[in-house]
Design a protein around this ligand. Sequence first.
Ligand SMILES: [Zn+2]
Length: 78
Amino acid sequence: MSGPHAIIHDSVLTCPHCGHQHTERMPTDACLYFWNCPSCGALLRPKPGDCCVFCSYGSAPCPPRQCAGGVPAGDQCR
Ligand SMILES: [Zn+2]
């Protein structure tokens, strides 16, 4: 359960409205569909085809998608 993984757990979300950047920790077992920008209050939701706001606005896609993208991970993958 412990040990290094290639999976990135922190993603920097960039608000498309005001450009504010906020580091958010990604849950490994769930997707985050909505995110409130702490700067301008905009409610962000995934773009079409994306599963969560991290995939759309984050510096790293969500953990499940990182697995799907071929990142060698381990027990973190579904
Ligand atoms: Zn904003």
